[in-house]
Design a protein around this ligand. Sequence first.
Ligand code: CA
Length: 261
Amino acid sequence: MPAQGRIATALLSDVGRVRSNNEDVVEVDPELGLLILADGMGGHNAGEVASALAVATTLDVVREQWPNLQHGEIDPASGLSREVQLLQQALLAAHAKIYRMSQTQPQCAGMGTTAVVCLLHDDRMAIAHVGDSRLYRWRGGQLQQITRDHSLLEEMVARGHYSREAANQRVRKNVVTRALGVEASVDVDLLEETLQVGDIVLLCSDGLTDMLDDDAISATLAELAAALNQAAQALVDQANARGGRDNVSVVLARIDAPFPR
Ligand code: CA
């Protein structure tokens, strides 16, 4: 069953306190239960081009394929849901477009973008992501990071070079090891998670999580769970109050009623 009418959503993207332009793009389609966030990179405003292209292409692909989607089915070959396969297809299409433009337009050379996309369906969420933009699920007062960053810091920890505490102090943050549009091919990470009534899904760019720790984010969601627009504004305001060193973007979705298969 689609999530239409059973979720509430809010979204906000802010330039922050230091940067002169906003390379983040956020989008939701509440009818499809689709949430999208992209954080672009590249000089001469090319980052904005990459993130905008990622979001527009994802939206186009999902809307175009939606009528033909075998909702709630599992692909026997891969074991993946049709929904998560659709998100993978959308991000790969976005990657191809961005890469082609970066190869053919000199002012776009080297551009790229993170992307995290989520499709709410059948009391579940399909997730696809590349880069260090994150998806969290807030449930019963607990905030859980669902995605794992494609970043140098996260790789160092995963390989056992550093403890998380040491890596936080010694490894540069914001060094992304995977992005859409940068190299000829890209791996998209795919995930599926359950949803319950009362859950809040948060997509955010690193401009939020570099400024606010998980406890601060969780406390804000607890306080403003019933007022998602205010929650989005409060998260952005807090990131800006702590320096706003980067663009700050959030997408929120609250599950208000079940939508089982
Ligand atoms: Ca950023």
